[in-house]
Design a protein around this ligand. Sequence first.
Ligand SMILES: Cc1cc2nc3c(=O)[nH]c(=O)nc-3n(C[C@H](O)[C@H](O)[C@H](O)COP(=O)(O)OP(=O)(O)OC[C@H]3O[C@@H](n4cnc5c(N)ncnc54)[C@H](O)[C@@H]3O)c2cc1C
Length: 340
Amino acid sequence: MTDTQMVIFGAGIAGLTAAIALNQQGVKVRVLEKQAAASTAGAGIVIDPAAQALLGKLGVSLHNSYSANSFALAEARSKRLLARQKADLLLMHRAELHQALLAKSEHLVEYGQHWQSLEDVGDSVRWYQNGGTHTAKLAIGADGLRSIVRSRTCGRCKARFSGQVAWRGVAHNSLGIHAPIEYWHHDKTRLGLVPLTDNRLYWYFTDVNNVDIPVLSKVWRNIVPNLEAWLPGALRHELWALPSRCAGNNRIGLIGDAGQGMTPNLGKGGCQAIADGVALANAVAEYGLVPEALWRYDAARRSESNRIISMSNLVGKVATANRYVVPVRNSLMKLAATLT
Ligand SMILES: Cc1cc2nc3c(=O)[nH]c(=O)nc-3n(C[C@H](O)[C@H](O)[C@H](O)COP(=O)(O)OP(=O)(O)OC[C@H]3O[C@@H](n4cnc5c(N)ncnc54)[C@H](O)[C@@H]3O)c2cc1C
């Protein structure tokens, strides 16, 4: 394939969004994904209005989504409302968002690809794959938080453990939840309940104490009586994040979690990945297949991206505040909610 203009490593939310936007501008783009097939893993995802608008312009249909016009925060033990934020959110199963993106980009994706030795060789990039050498004008790392592309271009940008562990899953909505809500517990665990279509419920926990299933089930019994049934099949993983946005280098750029991997405390990483993909394509349309397009793209995204990384870290700290300051925090949250 000698006529590739851009190569994207990774077919997650960022890589697929960028591929759709670039393809619509006539750029010849290949997406190389290491997994053997499209991902069906994951639980739910909350899509904010900005990301909805960007996907809408690309013609990506989010028809299998649940609409919510608010997001509530509540105190776990009393179930008292701390704040209700007005919002225009779409709530989806992650696999279904993936399918919606693939409906516009599947023909660009090559699965099961293992590549090596990505190099910037001056007027192009070169890599080895399937026993041969391949080239493109620009390369993009969309390979997630543990990005190999990032480690090649910027050895100093390393993800750090946030101290939090997350559990996620999708269950039958037997609790009758109709709008997303997150509960904060003074023991530093949090529980989110997010309705999806077809009477499904996306639920997540974050925890800083690394407790096990019996302890979690006991703590949250007043809200989810049958938590024991949910937890064994859940996805459980440590939450790592970059301290700030990381640019690529010259002809190699980064999008999505590869360049801005953040804690999920605001639920914005996927939406920001969509913003990255579109901004990248816009910069390539304006400046061409040259390094300037990549640094212009990074400059356009840097401030918003860093703001959300910092806000997300802050929310994580506030939500897991020391139990002695929790009453003050809760009063401030209620006051803030009455002022907005
Ligand atoms: C608990 C939790 C809840 C969240 N909730 C939300 C939410 O509600 N809303 C929201 O907007 N965001 C949310 N996020 C964040 C969101 O999931 C991520 O920001 C988003 O998935 C990042 O997409 P990505 O495409 O950059 O990376 P990924 O989704 O990580 O995709 C990377 C892709 O690259 C592939 N890959 C990896 N290495 C290679 C390689 N060497 N070569 C080729 N391919 C490779 C992987 O297989 C994968 O397909 C949440 C995150 C967590 C952890």
